[in-house]
Each structure stands twice: as C-alpha cells, then as structure tokens.
Design a protein around this ligand. Structure first.
Ligand SMILES: [Zn+2]
Length: 308
C-alpha cells in the first residue's frame, strides 16, 4: 500500500551530523532505503529548528537544512522534488516525491522576505509555530488563550497568495480559531485526537470538524505520548484507535498519516521507522477494506491536492 506521510524530521538530523548519509544510515528512521521498504510515495521533509538555536542563527539554519535537502536528499536517484502538487499525479511507480515544509516561523522573525525565500525554495506547508511563542503566534506549550499576532495575519495572507497550506499541528487554541477563517487551506500534519489522549498537541473533536468543514485534513502522528498520555510506548492498535475515532467523526477521506519519524525519542512498537509502515496497514486491515485504507494512506490526500 502506497503511503503519503506529511511529517518527518530527517533534515534536522542531517544538518546536525556531517557524517550522516540519507541513503541507508541506520540513525535515520526515514532514510531512503526505509522509505522504499515502507512503500512511501510522498514524504514531507520539515525544516525544524530547535529552540536552543540562537534567534539570530535560525534563518541560516533553515537555509542549511534546504542545502542538505538539495545535496543529500534530492540527489538520490528515485527522489523527485515536488514543487507543484500536480507532480504527485505523475510520479512513476519507483519514484518518491519529496516535499519541503516549515515547522514554525521562528526563523523568519518579522521578515516576510525571509518567508518568501523559503517558499521560493519549494516550501509547500507552513506551521506558524512550533511549541513556543514567536513573532507570528503562540505554540501549544504557551497560554491557549493568546491569539495571532498582527504579523501572523500578514503571514497567513502571504501564504494564501502563494497557495501554501497552513499547518496547525503546533498552534495554540486561540491561534487556531483565529487562523481558521483567514487561511485558504488548513491541515494538521501530525496530530491525534484529544478525546482519546488529552494533550495540547492533539485536536479536540470540534477542531477536527472545523478543519474538515474548511476542506482540510488531519494526519495522525506516531508519537506514543500523543497516543496514550504520558506513556513512552504505545501499540499500533492504540494508534488505530485514534484513526477510528477521527474516521467516525469526519470520514475516512479526510484522515491520513504524518509519522514524525526522526523527531521522536519514543516509538510505537513495531512502527519504529519508515520501513515498518506496512505494519500499520496490516493492523488497519482488521477494521477497514483495502479500498478504504487506500483512501487513508494516499488517495484522500491526492484528491485533496487535485482540488487546488
Ligand atoms: Zn512537530
């Protein structure tokens, strides 16, 4: 079963270790061989800059991760850079589409020109925040009642004009509710259901419904603490409970995957790297038909981007 995965943190790891090789380095959950083995059709590669990087160095870090993406990921035979979503439709059987995203606008400060540089390099999804406050908005570990900053509204308007998807995965609640009417396209790239696991990184049923009413999507994350609160381990069947809940709420065509491989210190049993993706498919086959899983694993997202 082909997979479209909306979130991994390979670029951060590659940018921190000079000796890492994208092809088959065992320290990478989503190295090329593992993406192949897991039948990944499209992988979104996040630009993520850790908050311990000084503010004045963050934009250079973002550029470094784009350099790494070009030099180490895009040079791999079989990897195709997706700069226009329509390219996903013409990927060959043995090709993997690689997409850039930005996980938090911390690196642009208050400078739209910096955002423009990143979008011109092919960034197709942008989250306003990671977990903390920046010049745009407040993240999930901040006060949930604080809304978007004035510059945040400019950022949304700019991204709407460039047809970039707004990713609400790490945005706090008030920011979420203010973004929704302003954003043209909204996705939660790696979030689970708060009803099953009460964590600020997960979405309430109301938020899930509002995203879908806007034509958006929710992609589940494989991080155990977001599956079963405070737990360092989780089973694939517990992850599927989140999928079941979301499917019951809004329908299978709006649900997909955003593993967060290479960004996790804890893993789901038997879903520890991209090569094991088909273990999730096997578990889903207990509850869903082949056709239904196809919609969830890639078909739903393909229909979504076709509507652009
Ligand atoms: Zn994240």
């Amino acid at each position: 079963m082909k997979i479209i995965d909306l979130h991994c943190d390979v670029l951060n790891k590659l940018s921190l270790q000079d000796d890492m090789c994208f092809l088959n380095d065992s320290r990478l959950d989503s190295n090329f061989e593992r993406l192949k083995a897991g039948k990944i059709k499209v992988q979104v590669f996040a630009i993520f800059i850790h908050p311990n990087v000084p503010i004045e160095q963050r934009f250079d870090q973002a550029l470094l991760q784009i350099e790494v993406f070009k030099k180490l990921v895009l040079t791999t035979p079989g990897i195709v850079h997706i700069t226009n979503w329509q390219q996903v439709q013409v990927l060959q059987e043995d090709e993997i589409g690689a997409v850039l995203s930005l996980e938090g606008c911390d690196c642009i400060g208050k400078d739209l020109k910096k955002l423009e540089v990143l979008v011109n390099e092919g960034v197709k999804l942008v989250g306003l925040t990671w977990n903390y406050e920046n010049d745009v908005a407040y993240g999930t570990l901040e006060d949930p009642n604080k809304g978007l900053k004035p510059f945040g509204k400019e950022v949304i308007q700019y991204l709407n004009g460039r047809d970039v998807i707004l990713d609400v995965a790490h945005l706090n609640e008030q920011g979420f509710y203010e973004l929704l009417p302003l954003a043209k396209r909204v996705i939660a790239s790696h979030c689970n259901a708060r009803t099953l696991c009460n964590n600020a990184r997960n979405l309430s049923d109301e938020q899930v419904k509002l995203i879908v009413e806007k034509g958006g999507r929710i992609h589940v994350v494989f991080y155990p603490p977001f599956i079963d609160n405070e737990q360092e381990t989780a089973t694939v069947s517990q992850l599927v409970e989140h999928i079941n809940h979301l499917v019951n709420l809004v329908g299978i065509e709006h649900i997909g995957f955003g593993s967060d491989f290479d960004g996790m210190d804890f893993k789901v049993d038997s879903l520890t790297n991209a090569a094991q993706y088909q273990n999730l498919i096997k578990e889903l086959l207990k509850n869903y038909s082949h056709e239904e899983i196809k919609v969830m694993s890639h078909g739903g997202f393909e229909n979504y981007i076709l509507s652009f």
